[in-house]
Ligand binder design. Structure first.
Ligand code: B12
Length: 315
C-alpha cells in the first residue's frame, strides 16, 4: 500500500483541484489521507483517492459539498469497476460544460489540467501549471502539459464550435504562469533576441513559452507580443539591433513572407531570422530564413547566436 500512497500535491494534480480544496475537504468533511507512517506526512491511499474522485465529480455536477461528502464516505473501499454506483458517478458531468478535452497520451497532470479547465477552475489550472514549471522547467511543461491541453481545446473547439470560454481562461492562466516564470529568472545584460508575432497574429503563447525558456537559460530577450505591423517590427530592429529575430505565425492568414523579407532588408539586418510556428510554409520562405521545428530547436538556435556574438565581442 505504501508504494501507491500519494501526497496531497499528487492527488490535487490527478483530480485537477487545488491543494487548498483538498485541505478544506479534509477539515470540513473528513475526506483526508488515511495512511500514516510514523515520522512522515499522511498519505492518500487508493481508497482515499476514489472517495475524493466521487467528491470532485459530484460537486462539479452541482451537488452541495456536504451531500457529496456523504456519498463519498459511503463508497465501497475501493470502488469496483463496472458497478451501478460507479456508472452513476462516471456519467458525463453537467456543470463543467459536458465532455472532456482530449489529451492523447499525455500524463495524469495533463488530464488533471484538462478537467480543471472544463470546470473553469482558475486556481487549480494555475496551481497545476506552476507546479509543473517548478518541477520540470519550461520545455517539459510546454511539451508534456500545456501543448497537449491547448491542442485538445483546439480539437474540441473545431468539432463543436464551443469551449471558447475555456480557451480564454486557460490562455490567461498559461500567460500568467509563463510571465511569472520569466520574471523569476529575468536575465540581465543586453537583449539580443527579439520576439514578435506576425501582423494580426494573436496566438502569443508559444512565443511566451520561448521567452520563459530563454529566461531560464539566462538569455535576455525583448518581447513585442501580439499583432506587430511590419513597419513597427522593422523600426524595433533598427532601434535595438538584435542578433536574432523570432517571428511567430500560427495560421496561414498571418504568414505573409514579405514580413521576413522586410527583416532581411533592414539596415540593421539581424544575424538570424527565425520563422516560427505552423503558419509558415517552408517553400515560401525567403532564402536565409530558418524555420525551427519546435520549442527546443528555437531555443538552441537563439542561444547559439547569443554565444557566437559574445565570443566575437570577447565578452
Ligand atoms: C489558445 C488559442 C487561441 C487564443 C490565443 C491566446 C494567446 N494568447 O495565444 C485566442 C483566443 C486569442 C485565439 C484566437 C483565434 N484563434 Co486560436 N487557438 C488557440 C489554441 C487552442 C492554442 C494555440 C496554441 O498556443 N497552440 C500551441 C500548440 C498547441 O500548437 P501546435 O500547432 O501544436 O504548435 C507546435 C508547432 O508550432 C511547433 N513549433 C514550431 N516552431 C516552434 C517554435 C517555438 C518557439 C515553439 C514554442 C513551437 C514551435 O511546436 C509547437 C508545439 O510546441 C489553438 C489550437 C492549436 N492546436 O494550436 C487554436 C487555433 C490555432 N485557433 C484557431 C482560430 C481559427 C483562431 C481565430 C481565427 C478564431 C476567431 N474566429 O477569432 C482567432 C485568430 C486570431 C488571430 N488573428 O490570430 C484555429 C486555427 C485554424 C487554422 N489552422 O487556421 C485553431 C487551430 C483552433 C481550431 N482547431 O480551430 N486562439
Amino acid at each position: 500500500m505504501a508504494d501507491e500512497a500519494l501526497s496531497a500535491g499528487a492527488v490535487a494534480r490527478r483530480l485537477g483541484v487545488a491543494v487548498t480544496t483538498l485541505r478544506t475537504w479534509h477539515q470540513r468533511y473528513g475526506l483526508g489521507p488515511s495512511e500514516h507512517i510514523p515520522g512522515h506526512h499522511r498519505r492518500y491511499t487508493p481508497a482515499d483517492l476514489a472517495r475524493l474522485e466521487i467528491m470532485r465529480r459530484l460537486t462539479a455536477e452541482g451537488v452541495s459539498p456536504a451531500e457529496a461528502a456523504r456519498w463519498a464516505r459511503q463508497a465501497p473501499d475501493p470502488m469496483p469497476t463496472g458497478t451501478v454506483a460507479e456508472s452513476r458517478i462516471r456519467r458525463p458531468p453537467g456543470r463543467d460544460g459536458g465532455g472532456t478535452i482530449p489529451v492523447g497520451r499525455a500524463g495524469p497532470a495533463a488530464r488533471g489540467l484538462a478537467r480543471a479547465a472544463m470546470r473553469l477552475d482558475a486556481a487549480a489550472i494555475s496551481e497545476t501549471i506552476a507546479h509543473a514549471l517548478a518541477a520540470g522547467g519550461v520545455v517539459a511543461t510546454w511539451e508534456g502539459l500545456l501543448r497537449p491541453v491547448l491542442a485538445g481545446i483546439g480539437e474540441r473547439h473545431a468539432a463543436t464550435a464551443g469551449l471558447i470560454e475555456v480557451e480564454h481562461l486557460v490562455s490567461r492562466c498559461v500567460s500568467e504562469a509563463l510571465a511569472a516564470a520569466s520574471r523569476a529568472k529575468a536575465p540581465t545584460g543586453p537583449a539580443r533576441i527579439l520576439l514578435s508575432c506576425a501582423d494580426e497574429e494573436q496566438h502569443t503563447l508559444p512565443l511566451e513559452a520561448l521567452a520563459a525558456t530563454l529566461a531560464e537559460a539566462g538569455v535576455s530577450y525583448r518581447m513585442l507580443g501580439a499583432r506587430v505591423p511590419v513597419a513597427a517590427l522593422v523600426e524595433a530592429v533598427n532601434r535595438t539591433g538584435p542578433a536574432a529575430v523570432v517571428l511567430w505565425s500560427h495560421t496561414r492568414a498571418t504568414a505573409d513572407p514579405a514580413q521576413l523579407s522586410a527583416l532581411l532588408a533592414a539596415p540593421r539586418r539581424p544575424l538570424l531570422v527565425l520563422a516560427a510556428g505552423p503558419g509558415w510554409h517552408a517553400d515560401t520562405l525567403p532564402a536565409g530564413v530558418v524555420r525551427p521545428a519546435d520549442l527546443a530547436e528555437a531555443v538552441s538556435l537563439a542561444v547559439a547566436v547569443r554565444d557566437s556574438l559574445d565570443r566575437s565581442r570577447g565578452d
